[in-house]
Design a binder for this molecule. Sequence first.
Ligand code: ZN
Ligand code: ZN
Length: 183
Amino acid sequence: MLIRVKELELRKLEFNQTFPPGAVEFGPDFRQIGDLHAAGRAELIVEHHGHHQDVDDIRVVGKLGTQIEVLCARCLEPVVHKVAWDFDLLYRPQGVDRRGEEVSISEAETEIGYYQGEGLLLEDVLREQVLLATPLKTVCREDCKGLCPSCGHNLNQEQCGCEQRTGDPRWAALGDIKNKLQS
Ligand SMILES: [Zn+2]
Ligand SMILES: [Zn+2]
């Protein structure tokens, strides 16, 4: 759904939409499970920069909900991550900040992005927010044992026959120091 500046000049745009898996592209590491639901509104915020210098910003406020499947950072098994996320975003026209003008809205208040041409794709906004809402490192469970470093076996399922590495390398380093002190 394209949020057009021209339409926002007339009225605020309310949205309440459901996107099936595939409607928003997430890349190879993320899989959307079930629908993505997004509701909110888009409005035009005009910044006045002196004479005839108006900047049309698009503000998008709303919330989204979906489920994303990612791979456990330790054992690489799929994990379903529930996303429920509120957002309040400001998009400025691409290039406007390169004219050397002061940005009047501090970045702390709202996150600032950029749009090109006549408007902004809601799908692009949602993709970015879902990626932000999903932790970079998800584990299937707190005590996930991960994969055996030697044979790659999933240690949550069963112990492999590989010999366990003896000790922590940090302790080994301490042992070296101790040996030196004693000699
Ligand atoms: Zn795991
Ligand atoms: Zn092993």
